[in-house]
Design a protein around this ligand. Structure first.
Ligand SMILES: [Zn+2]
Length: 264
């Protein structure tokens, strides 16, 4: 059986002497594997199609329960990412997150569209990288069903205080006053009585407004908010990863790489 599908290459693995196994994110089937015979050969006509970050149209045939690449064309290669190590590192992390939150055999229009928009934003430096990163991480948590309720303090209901805390594991907000009252003014221990991790992430008004914006925004407007202070941008980025990684219960090597190149 032959078929054709548009998709974004999330991962390329070398197999055999000159073959590649591609993990491709598609709207119709979620994550799929496509085996590309001879894709590593200099003579291969599919070389540019079979690269990380390539968004293309893949023609394939199915045999022995596998999809095999027959041909195709490149829609966008995001080639400018290759000339900027920080952008490249962040984009690689974004692809790893996209892969983590997408199953096989499920529809994934939203993740595909948002991931393409995010690569475009990184490539064209539409925003500081830490804003793009934090917004995508919150999107990924939201899209995986871990949406936090950031409407107001879960205890007293107040919507805004100078400092509000995101209770990471419970996905809720608590205000400074309720936090102090709840712990009798003592610092909250890292583990609660049920040995669950107790992570309270402090946010000022600007950071909280950005979190609310991202969780409420139409997807195509995800990055259309302003966060100016460097400390706020750093907090927003740290909040995104703390929230997402604690809910996915894993870390990402590509993020460690991004941090390494960013701090150079
Ligand atoms: Zn409160």
């Amino acid at each position: 059986m032959r078929g054709t599908v548009d998709g974004l290459v999330l991962r390329e693995t070398e197999t055999g002497e000159s073959d590649k196994l591609l993990t491709v994110l598609t709207a119709e089937y979620g994550k799929i594997l496509i085996c590309a015979k001879g894709a590593r050969s200099m003579r291969s006509k599919n070389m540019s199609l079979c690269r990380l970050f390539t968004y293309g149209n893949f023609e394939y045939y199915e045999k022995n329960g596998m999809r095999w690449l027959a041909g195709g064309s490149v829609n966008d290669s995001f080639f400018k990412l290759n000339s900027d190590i920080e952008g490249f590192a962040l984009a690689a992390y974004i692809l790893e997150v996209a892969s983590e939150i997408t199953g096989e055999g499920v529809r994934a229009e939203t993740v595909l569209k948002m991931t393409l928009n995010t690569l475009y934003a990184i490539e064209n430096k539409l925003k500081p990288l830490d804003i793009i990163k934090g917004a995508y991480e919150l999107f990924a948590a939201d899209c995986s069903g871990f949406t936090p309720d950031v409407s107001g303090c879960y205890s007293c209901g107040c919507a805004c205080a100078d400092t509000m805390y995101l209770d990471v594991m419970n996905g809720s907000l608590v205000c400074q006053e309720c936090r102090s009252a709840g712990s009798g003014g003592l610092p909250i221990p890292e583990l609660d009585a049920y040995s669950a991790r107790n992570i309270l992430f402090p946010m000022n008004r600007a950071v909280l407004a950005s979190v609310r914006y991202v969780l409420g925004a139409r997807r195509e407007r995800l990055f259309a908010f302003e966060l100016k202070e460097e400390n706020d941008i750093a907090d927003f980025s740290r909040l995104g990863e703390t929230y997402l990684h604690n809910h996915l219960e894993r870390g990402f090597d590509t993020l460690d790489f991004f941090k390494t190149v960013k701090n150079k």
